[in-house]
Design a protein. Structure first.
Length: 173
């Protein structure tokens, strides 16, 4: 597939920066895809109500002839920074009981704090995994639809895949 065709997916072109991903996390990006078009790759992302700032960034790569050559996925810069800040805050909060009561009495109280973080973390992590899977499937379907539109001869004898009943396309919809 040609790079020009995939560029159609980028409805809001903007740089993949910490600032832009921060605003996409605060205000759910209601457009289909935002992205950054580079010479040999296109970065695509789409936030959702459930993921907010934890959505993936898809790196769609092209060869020297501007033909599709592959996709890789990474965390967006906001999600990476947010994870590091959360870990630092957890360590700081764990040290408060030890500093206030001394190590002999404070270590037990400092163990309660991470336990309070574990359950919400596990729930949010499960949601993140499910929603990322949905976003990946949605991108695959979108790319296949584009390919069917521009290269119908490739799909002459192939029926379009039907969506399975009972499965959601995305948690937003």
């Amino acid at each position: 597939m040609n790079k020009n065709i995939i560029e159609e997916l980028v409805l809001e072109q903007k740089k993949s920066s910490l600032k832009n991903h921060f605003f996409d996390a605060l205000f759910v990006n209601t457009l289909k895809y935002s992205g950054e078009i580079r010479s040999k790759e296109i970065l695509l992302w789409r936030s959702s109500s459930w993921l907010r700032g934890a959505y993936p960034v898809f790196h769609i790569k092209f060869n020297s002839n501007d033909q599709f050559s592959g996709i890789s996925i990474e965390k967006n810069p906001y999600h990476t920074i947010f994870g590091k800040i959360t870990l630092i805050l957890l360590i700081i909060f764990m040290s408060f009981p030890i500093i206030g009561r001394g190590f002999q009495e404070g270590w037990k109280a400092s163990l309660i704090i991470p336990l309070l973080f574990v359950i919400p973390f596990l729930i949010l992590r499960k949601l993140e995994i499910m929603e990322k899977r949905n976003l990946i499937e949605e991108l695959k379907e979108t790319l296949e639809d584009l390919e069917r539109k521009y290269y119908p001869e490739r799909f002459k004898n192939t029926p379009k895949k039907k969506k399975e009943k009972g499965k959601r396309k995305s948690m937003d919809n």
